[in-house]
Write a protein that binds this ligand. Structure first.
Ligand code: FEO
Length: 174
């Protein structure tokens, strides 16, 4: 069983994760249009991951006898000033998600809802990893610069990260 306030807060988190998924999808499209194929692939992967984050909460709410709601998602921006600004926006959004997870944890603690408290620990680790990854990319962009001449090198660096992530994934059978 879950309290109504916890159910509401988790449903709000579903909306936040869904928005992240569509924001990153929009960013993937922008990167593709700008010829940044490595960045586009990266943002598509992030978008897919955010959908998984959303579904994880969705299933959890159902499992504990709450009512999970399909989210209403506002349309994300379609234009970004530069690839540097785009990754800054990703990092800002991830920080917002981390803050929201921390607030959910504080609420679960206050309500003595240990099941939800436990469930949320996975997100704590995930947010630590995602923020670190975005900082790595932003540091590289700072080093390389994001003038038109630097875009090729930024894209190559992000493609290197794609390859690392692909090799870290479990091999699919068949
Ligand atoms: Fe699910 Fe990257 O926040």
């Amino acid at each position: 069983m879950i309290s109504k306030s916890m159910e509401k807060a988790l449903n709000q988190q579903i909306t936040l994760e869904a928005y992240a998924s569509y924001l990153y999808l929009s960013m993937a499209s922008w990167c593709h249009r700008e010829g940044l194929e490595g960045c586009a692939k990266f943002m598509h992967r992030q978008s897919d991951e955010e959908r998984q984050h959303m579904l994880r909460i969705f299933y959890y709410i159902s499992q504990i006898d709450g009512y999970a709601l399909a989210p209403e998602v506002k349309q994300p921006p379609h234009e970004f000033k530069s690839v540097g600004k785009l990754f800054e926006a990703v990092y800002a959004h991830e920080q917002k998600v981390t803050q929201s997870i921390n607030e959910l944890i504080a609420q679960s603690y206050k309500e003595k809802d240990h099941t939800t408290h436990n469930f949320l620990q996975w997100y704590v680790e995930e947010q630590r990893e995602e923020e670190a990854l975005m900082r790595t990319i932003l540091d590289k962009i700072k080093l390389i610069g994001d003038s038109p001449q630097s875009l090729y090198f930024i894209d190559m660096e992000v493609e290197k990260i794609n390859k690392q992530q692909e090799s870290a994934e479990p091999a699919t059978e068949g």
